[in-house]
Write a protein that binds this ligand. Sequence first.
Ligand SMILES: N[C@@H](CCC(=O)N[C@@H](CS)C(=O)NCC(=O)O)C(=O)O
Length: 196
Amino acid sequence: MQLLYSPMSPFARKVRVIAFELGLAERLALTLASPFTDESVRAINPLSKIPVLILDDGPPIFDSPVICEYLEHLAGRSLTPAAGPDRWAALTVQAMADGMGDAAVAIVRERLREGPHRQDLFDRQGAVLVAALDLLERRTPPSDRFEIGEIAVAAQLAYLDVRQVMDWRQGRPNLAAWYETASRRSAMVATAPHLA
Ligand SMILES: N[C@@H](CCC(=O)N[C@@H](CS)C(=O)NCC(=O)O)C(=O)O
């Protein structure tokens, strides 16, 4: 199966880390895609977003939470709690982390655009990031678990760093310490973002 991805995409990174943790990384043929400049992505995903998982048989799968669930199904092992409050908590953390990615990508895209820049966009998306980061500082992920919620958060924190979106460590020592450990996992090292 083929994963349409970009090495900078935090959503694709979440999928790749999940694949790595599930022992499926070698089954993913990574194919570079540039949704912002290449209209051919839209023929595969009408939203023209990556990641997209292209199966040998069957329609393409998107977006990243669905791909993660498919990979868990394929592996016969889940990185999402099966039921109960833990499940809803983990999926909510994933949703929040993905929302951080939406905000961060919007800020990066606006910075890259020829000016004048929209200050209202920076303010609104920046507020999303600050509130989510503050919540993560108050409820720092556990250090003995690296599942869907933690993986989604780690992928987004790395994106804030690599795109220099903001100095998120300032005033958030618990989250910074957690990320320091999380980022040393082999799945994180193997999928480190870089310019294509
Ligand atoms: N909710 C989607 C978000 C994916 C996403 O926004 N990907 C970005 C790249 S990091 C993209 O393809 N953006 C293209 C666009 O918005 O036109 C997911 O979780 O897969």
